[in-house]
Design a protein around this ligand. Structure first.
Ligand SMILES: CNc1ncnc2c1ncn2[C@@H]1O[C@H](COP(=O)(O)OP(=O)(O)OP(=O)(O)O)[C@@H](O)[C@H]1O
Length: 172
């Protein structure tokens, strides 16, 4: 299992830090396709020849209208299950945001305070790794979905070298 023969995706979480240290997260309610009806970051599949970083920036702007001067690659999700193809999702945070938040065909965006994240309306494993991500952790997380709807997980801290290695395995 790994990025070699999995479907590749990016997902980007725009974050705004307030003066008092409070944080807000922009999530989008997915309006169609994969993950419809759930709150998530903004992202999708890279186009042929497109870098993951470029994909993350493009999807961010297409789906919620924002650009960023500080995109950080913070983690990788390795997802597998008996009844679905393997997915490898490259996770980014976006700060120093530019532009105006705008709804798209795909996403209805909304800001949430760190304490108001609607985990019941997100992918079920989100609550396992979003708090760490918001706290600045970098990680590799494996999720294995069972037929019974359960999910096994293994979340490990990752340094630059480990993250770069996973990114290079995914490169065409
Ligand atoms: C199972 N747990 C999961 N947890 C967190 N995020 C998940 C996810 N499963 C899928 N995702 C994300 O959902 C989006 C789908 O993107 P999706 O709209 O299908 O891609 P893209 O825009 O390329 O599609 P079209 O080709 O336009 O249909 C994309 O951000 C991808 O990272």
């Amino acid at each position: 299992m790994g990025p070699h023969n999995a479907q590749l995706y990016t997902v980007v979480f725009p974050i705004e830090e307030g003066k008092g240290g409070d944080r807000r997260l922009l999530l989008g309610l997915k309006k169609r396709g994969m993950g419809v009806g759930r709150w998530n970051g903004f992202g999708g599949k890279p186009e042929p020849g497109e870098s993951l970083d470029a994909c993350a920036r493009r999807e961010l702007e297409e789906e919620c209208g924002l650009r960023t001067r500080r995109l950080q690659y913070v983690g990788v999700l390795l997802m597998s299950g008996t009844d679905c193809p393997d997915l490898t999702i490259f996770v980014y945070t976006a700060r120093d945001l530019e532009g105006d938040v705008a709804e798209s065909d795909e996403m209805r965006p909304r800001w949430f305070g760190e304490g108001e994240i609607p985990y019941d309306g997100c992918h079920p494993e989100a609550r396992l790794w979003w708090p760490g991500m918001l706290g600045g952790e970098r990680f590799v997380a494996r999720f294995t979905f069972g037929r019974d709807g359960g999910v096994e997980h293994d979340i490990q801290p990752a340094d630059d070298a480990r993250l770069a290695e996973l990114e290079s395995l995914a490169r065409p």
